[in-house]
Design a protein around this ligand. Structure first.
Ligand SMILES: NC(=O)c1ccc[n+]([C@@H]2O[C@H](COP(=O)([O-])OP(=O)(O)OC[C@H]3O[C@@H](n4cnc5c(N)ncnc54)[C@H](O)[C@@H]3O)[C@@H](O)[C@H]2O)c1
Length: 337
């Protein structure tokens, strides 16, 4: 299946199929091009190797796994690698990994010589469903997530559903929270799959529908001026929760899960979404220091001086993007989830 992201300046294909990683050359002309393949130690190394073997000249860099790899140090390391191998603007960077590798490699590609070609081969459910589409690249800096980054669209995204077979269940479910988010806000048929607890048997459909939902939002609002903010549903409180529970190793989607529940106005829907999250093995939490969460929230890059945009949900495909004061968020945090 091929989807196209149609943007004003650049359009690109997303190929969604089993074993897509093995068909790279079918979708992109590498004649005369060098490639830097970036991956991490948690991604089975065979994937990067299989990509490398299809290319005329490719170098593989394997970084440590985890959020800490989205760092200035690794940014410098990759830039040095490009320089040492005399990469020109005609050459290409290829990410083979989850959102960490995609965000970092995309940022490197966007800034080396003011931008070289970039291909993303996302290998986690989160990166296939969400982070590989839409062109947000970033690194973390001084304990602040995604604070240095660019909008830089890839030229090709290869979504290979088979690589999810090696992903741990917890990571798979972490990504499915983002699919649930898109179902709640944008696609009632996608939501229905979760409602019927069929997300595992219909995993291909879940991923495809999520990609399509995100694609449509990005096409209408590439730089997040308005509509794209809907994709932050659950993130306003989710991000601070992620920072608060960092030591416990809370994953992104796990923070977003609780964050979404706070933003659902309708009690019956809140209860239903909570039970869907239970099906996904996700524990939601009410038990945290509200003051600390507000401190993280105020420092969020999306916050204004005294206000922040939140996404409130009243029903399926029924949401509202609203500017609220920090005081109003404090009240929302008093809700029982
Ligand atoms: N750019 C965006 O629009 C966007 C959107 C959402 C999230 N993000 C970013 O994405 C990142 C999280 O991404 P993630 O959840 O993919 O985490 P991740 O990249 O850290 O991957 C999770 C773990 O899975 C391992 N892994 C990857 N593929 C595997 C496979 N096929 N088999 C076995 N193990 C595998 C990795 O080594 C890692 O340990 C965060 O940094 C977040 O900020 C970006």
């Amino acid at each position: 299946m091929e989807l196209t992201v149609n943007l004003k300046d650049k359009s690109y294909p997303i190929i969604v199929e089993r074993n897509a990683r093995l068909t790279l050359r079918k979708h992109y002309d590498f004649t005369g091009k060098k490639a830097l393949v970036v991956t991490d130690e948690g991604v089975p190394d065979i994937y990067a190797l299989e990509v490398q073997m299809q290319l005329p000249e490719a170098y593989v860099v394997t970084l440590p796994q985890g959020e800490k790899s989205k760092s200035l140090e690794n940014y410098v390391k990759l830039q040095k690698e490009l320089l040492e191998h005399h990469f020109s603007r005609d050459d290409v960077v290829i990410a083979v990994g989850g959102g960490v590798i995609g965000d970092l490699a995309g940022f490197v590609a966007s800034t080396y010589k003011r931008g070289i070609h970039f291909i993303n081969i996302p290998t986690t459910s989160l990166s296939q469903i969400d982070s590989s589409i839409g062109g947000k690249t970033a690194i973390d800096f001084e304990n602040t997530k995604n604070i240095i980054g660019t909008f830089y669209q890839p030229e090709l995204v290869l979504v290979d559903l088979n690589v999810l077979n090696t992903l741990e269940d917890r990571q798979l479910n972490n990504g499915l929270v983002e699919a649930l988010k898109m179902g709640i806000c944008l696609d009632k048929n996608l939501y229905k799959i979760f409602q019927e607890n069929k997300q595992y048997e219909k995993l291909d459909e879940v991923i495809l529908k999520s990609i399509d939902a995100k694609r449509q939002v990005v096409e209408k609002d590439e730089k997040e001026e308005n509509l794209r903010k809907v994709l932050n549903f659950g993130h306003t409180i989710g991000h601070p929760l992620e920072s608060f529970f960092e030591m416990n190793g809370l994953l992104h989607g796990e923070g977003v899960a609780s964050g979404m529940l706070f933003m659902i106005e309708d009690k019956a829907l809140r209860a239903e979404v909570k039970s869907i999250l239970t099906n996904l093995g996700i524990k939601v939490t009410n038990d945290f220091d509200r003051k600390k969460i507000m401190e993280y929230l105020v420092n969020d890059k999306k916050a204004g001086h005294n206000t922040i945009d939140i996404v409130l949900v009243n029903g399926i495909e029924n949401y509202e993007i609203k500017k609220v004061t920090f005081k109003e968020v404090e009240n929302i945090l008093e809700r029982k989830i």
